[in-house]
Ligand binder design. Sequence first.
Ligand SMILES: [Zn+2]
Length: 84
Amino acid sequence: MRGVLTATAITLAALAWYPLSCLFHPLRDCWCCKGAGVHRPTDDQGRPRRIARPCRWCKATGKRWRIGRRIWNRMRARHREATR
Ligand SMILES: [Zn+2]
């Protein structure tokens, strides 16, 4: 019984923490370019090449909206659309 209570408490804490976390840290480093905004292909020796192309996942910003924040943005846009 105690284990169930603890699990419930942890779940509730996570559910409460995630939206707050998304509110204060809405952006995270792009998973694809690691926040650089560009891709630097490496040659056989692992050295970065001169040419760098912009990352298409983050549109060369190096940042991506977190999933929770993206859902929030979409809901807000829909709400604005409905209440106009
Ligand atoms: Zn990127």
